[in-house]
Design a protein around this ligand. Structure first.
Ligand code: TMP
Length: 229
């Protein structure tokens, strides 16, 4: 560990819509940390490499069908399979930079609707399986309008990459962010910051570094929090 005293490393999550530039920025952040001599590990959800991750991957690419409840629980299980690893890394002084987390889990599943437009899964039900996961110290929510995201070269071929879906997802992300702000303590001490991801790549990168650098340099006191407990 490169941290002073008994401090642990921070858990940083980057969330956002598809095409928000999130993945590019997450890996840039990871390389910049490493270049600056800071221990950091890059994690990405869904982690498509595990057995559960392979099921998620084939669902997303529509090569398999799954009940909406079942796929939701698989996404959550895919995070739980890494929970202990994440906690150990943080305690050992390695910062964890994570591309998507439980907030995507809720926002995407809660945005699914039937043919009449009625929600398929209640919000609370979507949140429950992720209660108690390691809580991030900082969430950077990459906010972008679905129109702007589309202008960036269109959505891909995967499930959920449709504009109406993205619009609902964005609203759920915002709602989750507002609730996190209101209950910062009970939510495990997570700080939620919205980043205007519609700007130039360099501007976004500058803001991200400005928020992350002080946190990784100072380290964090106390144990890793638990989400929504
Ligand atoms: P990716 O493009 O970042 O690999 O994510 C794949 C899709 O899965 C993306 O549309 C967001 C969605 N997703 C969920 O529905 N639930 C989850 O828990 C996560 C992590 C992602």
């Amino acid at each position: 560990s490169t941290l002073p005293g008994k401090k642990r490393a921070p858990f940083i999550v980057i969330e956002g819509l598809d095409r928000s530039g999130k993945t590019t920025q997450t890996s840039k952040l990871h390389s910049r940390l490493t270049e600056n001599g800071i221990d950091a590990t890059l994690v990405k959800f869904p982690d498509r490499t595990t057995a559960i991750g392979k099921m998620i991957d084939s669902y997303l690419r529509s090569t398999s069908e799954l009940d909406d409840h079942a796929i939701h629980l698989l996404f959550s299980a895919n995070r739980w399979e890494l929970a202990t690893t994440i906690e150990k890394l943080l305690l050992a002084g390695t910062a964890v930079v994570c591309d998507r987390y439980a907030f995507s889990g809720i926002a995407f599943s809660a945005s699914k609707v039937d043919s009449t437009g009625a929600p398929l899964l209640p919000f609370e039900w979507c949140r429950d399986p992720d209660v108690g996961l390691p809580a991030p110290d900082l969430v950077l929510f990459f906010d972008i309008t679905p129109e702007k995201a589309r202008e960036r070269g269109g959505y891909g071929e995967e499930r959920y990459e449709k504009e109406e879906m993205q619009l609902r997802v964005r609203n759920f992300f915002r709602r989750i962010g507002e609730e996190m702000d209101g209950e910062a303590q009970s939510a495990g001490g997570t700080r939620w910051i919205s980043i205007d991801a519609g700007r130039e790549r360099e501007e976004v990168e500058h803001d991200v570094w400005g928020l992350v650098e002080p946190l990784v340099t100072r380290g964090v006191d106390g144990p890793v929090g638990k989400l929504w407990t």
